[in-house]
Every structure is written in C-alpha cells, then in structure tokens.
Design a protein around this ligand. Structure first.
Ligand code: DX5
Ligand code: ZN
Length: 218
C-alpha cells in the first residue's frame, strides 16, 4: 500500500492548522514535517513547538524529517510534541545506531535518510533495526526542486536487501515527487511518497493526492 505524505514545507505557514486539516480531508496518509536548522541544510524552518501546535489539528501520523545536526538532542522533544515517525540523516549522525534506538525506545517508528550523494550502503548494516529508509531524491533544504533520477537505483538496492532478510521496511522518497515521477519511484520499491509542491502548491489538494496515488499504482 502506497502512502502519500504531503510536506508542510509548501503549505501556508500562517495557516498550518487548516492546511493539515485540509490535507487529511483530501486523503493524505501521513503529514511530512521538514525540520531544518540552518546548519545541516541552508534553510531554517520549525521546531517541536510548531509540531505540537500542528498535531492538535490532525489525527494523521506526523512524519518528522530532521535535517539537523546532533539530532539526538531533540528526539525526546519531537516525540513529546506528537511525532509518530522520526527520521534522521545518516550524514548527521556519528553514532547512528544509538540515535535509531533512542527513537525506537520512545515507541516511535525510526527512519534514516540518505542524501543524493550518499550510497545506499550507508544504511545496509542498520537495515534490520529500521522501520523506514528515506531516499532523498533532491538535495535537502528547499521545496520545489527537480527530481534527481540517479537516486532511483538506491531505492531498488535497498528494497532488494530488505526482501533478502524478509524485513517489512518502508522506503520513503522525498523531493520532486509528482504525477510524472511517482511511477518511477514506486516501481523501484518506494512505498511512502512525500510531495510538497505537488500537493500544497495546487488549489485542489484532493485531486493532487489522488493523481499521485494513481500514478504510483495505488
Ligand atoms: C526538502 C524537503 C522536502 C520538500 C519536498 O529538503 O525534505 O520534504 O518539502 O518538496 P517538493 O515535493 O516540492 O520537492
Ligand atoms: Zn522532507
């Protein structure tokens, strides 16, 4: 089953409550929340205070993507704010195993993200411990960028490794996902599709979500 996770980055930040409520009504499965610190990525967005405020307006799982250095310092705060999934970047964690288990011990789903230039092998050793791998299909930092096709083989590779060990892993993709790119990533093995501009940039969000879902094969 494909999950569609609209990214709040392209929503109206002055109206986040109604934006998430509308995404939920429009058929979203998860709400993707992009946290940026101005260090790991050039942009700055939001923290646990905003996640908590948003969580009051939706019953959907909040999928928190931490594009921050030293994420271990903030995991407990994002969990308390209502995150259901926390994803950290492999490139930002010296002690990735420790951070992943910190997330799992709080009862949340744990994910690891890899940038376009990071090989799939960066998550191979820790794959059995993960609930989700996020393959970045753009360089993180901004919405509305063009999909990078050279990332697709990593989805395929990670899906093969997960199948080999019989692990029911979610593979999420993030960046430049729209009707045209959804079939490419779902065919490769991705099953959680983040879409910012392709959902919140459209006036009819329900039509946008169903178009992406249909293009991904359901
Ligand atoms: C990029 C963020 C994405 C972003 C995707 O750094 O992680 O979640 O919102 O935006 P689109 O779908 O517009 O490429
Ligand atoms: Zn993201």
């Amino acid at each position: 089953m494909i999950k569609i996770a609209p990214s709040l980055l392209s929503a109206d930040f002055a109206a986040l409550g109604s934006e998430v409520a509308e995404a939920e009504k429009s058929g979203a499965d998860w709400i993707h929340v992009d946290v940026m610190d101005g260090r790991f990525v050039p942009n700055i967005t939001l923290g646990p205070v905003v996640v908590k405020a948003v969580s009051a307006h939706t019953s959907l799982p909040l999928d928190v993507h931490l594009m921050i250095e030293n994420p271990e310092r903030y995991i407990a705060d994002f969990a308390a704010a209502g995150a259901a999934v926390i994803t950290v970047h492999a490139e930002a964690c010296v002690h990735l195993h420790r951070v992943v288990h910190q997330i799992k011990e709080l009862g949340l789903l744990a994910g690891v993200a890899i940038n376009p230039a990071t090989p799939a092998s960066a998550v191979k050793e820790i794959l059995p411990d993960l609930d989700l791998v996020l393959v970045m299909t753009v360089n993180p930092g901004f919405g509305g960028q063009a999909f990078i096709p050279s990332t697709v083989h990593k989805i395929r590779e990670i899906r093969e490794w997960a199948n080999e060990i019989g692990h029911d892993l979610r593979i999420e993709v993030d960046g430049g996902i729209a009707e045209a790119t959804a079939p490419i990533v779902s065919e490769a093995g991705a099953d959680v599709l983040v879409a910012g501009n392709a959902v919140f940039g459209q006036s009819d969000r329900a039509a946008a979500i169903s178009a992406i879902r249909a293009a991904a094969g359901g």
